[in-house]
Design a binder for this molecule. Structure first.
Ligand code: PLP
Length: 460
């Protein structure tokens, strides 16, 4: 028997320690007992592995540190200076003031979520958003769910289960985060029939694959990559024409989905929701928090008779949208309806920001760094599975980069310091051993925090 075990204090001994007694004024007794037990269990294993028994003070300190960590919120705001405007790991789209207010109002009280105030009867949560979506998209009907992956899953489950769905091989893509179109289709119970080759698919490929078991033709927007060179794909128009001939609906997974013409801002064209509806897609799927610029949601617009089947399906209940997100999506969509999206939605403010304005901010940031940085030309990305390969010119604050070898470490250390910035973590990106900060993806109201963080970097 290892004698170190005997030095390990008992639970009772620890609970009567002065510092633990102090903690007991703030925290429940049982929580402290549980933490002590877990700590002692870990120490027993450590001793068995040959480590010495820790001092009582050490154990007490580790418990109070653990409490502090449990108490400080793990999920917290950060400043996105990566220049990737829709960064999935950083929470995608920041919301407009109006969207935040709408969410706050609905979160703080009861609401008429599923209650008709006129009749006093039970209502549908979709009634608060469907008219807005129909106006915006020109569709007959609409449905909003938890996210776009759920929207696609619901559409295929409700309309193509035990049947076949034809998709171009070039569109059987992985979106990121493990979301693969073929996997989702398998979950839905629909059989995926891939046609064409990676780079070329023709109308005849779809037509030859149609059987009595075919439920739909599916188009998937290749959100995060481009096929260039010798390529051939079938337009949505051609797919809809073919679908009409065989009485089959066309499903269009737009991924991001967009209500503004991105070419106005010097970007590549991103497929627009009203276009897909006008061309005649039966169902159009897109995200609430990509180029729409709202909270997380999956939006489906399309033909009344198809949407009705989705609404009735049991899975619709499992993937339903929360009341707060619903309020946020509705408020965000209203900006488009009122023609004020570019002024009100942070995403579009970032995309439309002038180079002069970004340069001005970059210079201020660089000044705060006191000669440690310079302002250089660069490119911002849209991200979030939209506009692959399409970037916006920007000005970057570039830190470090001189001197190889040791320089790498310095840049990593600086990036780490910004990430652990006391007030709000600041996230940049490292490229070729230079730490780059892009003002475009930072809300202008956060500039003061950035400046303080940067000043801190040179003084510590
Ligand atoms: C992003 C994306 C999805 C998933 O959308 P979420 O809202 O993240 O669930 C589905 N399909 C395509 C084509 C996408 O780009």
């Amino acid at each position: 028997m290892n004698s170190q075990f005997r030095h390990l204090p008992s639970v009772d001994r620890l609970i009567s320690e002065r510092r633990i007694k102090q903690l007991e004024r703030v925290y429940p007794h049982q929580l402290l007992v549980n933490l002590i037990r877990q700590r002692l269990e870990r120490e027993r294993r450590a001793i068995a592995a040959g480590n010495p028994c820790p001092a009582i003070d050490e154990i007490v300190a580790s418990i109070s540190a653990q409490l502090r960590e449990l108490e400080s919120p793990s999920l917290r705001p950060v400043i996105n200076a990566t220049g990737v405007i829709l960064h999935t790991n950083l929470g995608r789209a920041p919301l407009s003031r109006e969207a935040m207010t709408a969410m706050d109002n609905i979160a703080r009280s009861y609401s008429n979520l599923e209650f008709e105030l006129d009749s006093g009867h039970r209502g549908s949560r979709q009634s608060h958003i469907e008219p807005i979506l129909c106006q915006l998209s020109g569709a007959e009907a609409a449905l909003v769910v938890n996210n776009n992956a759920a929207a696609v899953l619901l559409g295929l489950t409700a309309l193509a289960r035990r049947k076949e769905v034809i998709v171009s091989r070039g569109q059987a893509v992985e979106i990121g985060g493990g979301f693969r179109i073929p996997d989702v289709m398998r979950q839905s119970g629909a059989k995926l029939v891939e046609v064409g080759t990676t780079n070329c698919t023709y109308g005849a490929d779809y037509e030859q694959a149609i059987t009595p078991r075919t439920a739909a033709l599916l188009r998937v927007h290749a959100s995060n990559f481009q096929v260039t060179g010798f390529t051939q794909s079938v337009t949505l128009e051609e797919m809809v024409t073919l679908g009409r001939q065989y009485n089959l609906p066309v499903f269009d997974d737009l991924g991001s989905g967009c209500f503004l013409d991105t070419t106005i801002f010097g970007l590549d064209p991103e497929p627009m929701v009203p276009q897909s509806v006008a061309i005649g897609a039966g169902l159009v799927f897109f995200s609430g928090d990509k180029l729409v610029g709202g909270p997380q949601a999956g939006i489906i617009v399309g033909k009344e008779q198809l949407i009705a089947k989705l609404k009735r399906h049991p899975l619709a209940r499992a993937v339903r949208i929360s009341k707060t997100e619903l309020a946020g999506v509705a408020a965000t969509l209203l900006h488009y309806l009122k023609g004020e999206a570019v002024e009100k939605i942070p995403l579009w403010q970032m995309i439309s920001a002038s180079l002069e304005e970004i340069e001005r901010r970059a210079r201020l940031w660089a000044e705060a760094l006191d000669g440690l940085a310079q302002v250089i030309d660069g490119e911002s990305m849209i991200g979030g599975g939209s506009l692959p390969g399409s970037t916006l010119p920007t000005r970057l604050v570039a830190i470090g980069g001189e001197g190889k070898g040791k320089g790498k470490n310095v840049v990593q250390v600086l990036a780490g310091k910004l990430r652990t910035n006391e007030k709000v973590p600041i996230i940049g990106r490292i490229s070729e051993n230079v730490l780059l900060l892009d003002p475009r993806s930072v809300l202008p109201e956060d500039d003061q925090v950035v400046l303080a963080g940067l000043r801190n970097l040179v003084t510590t």
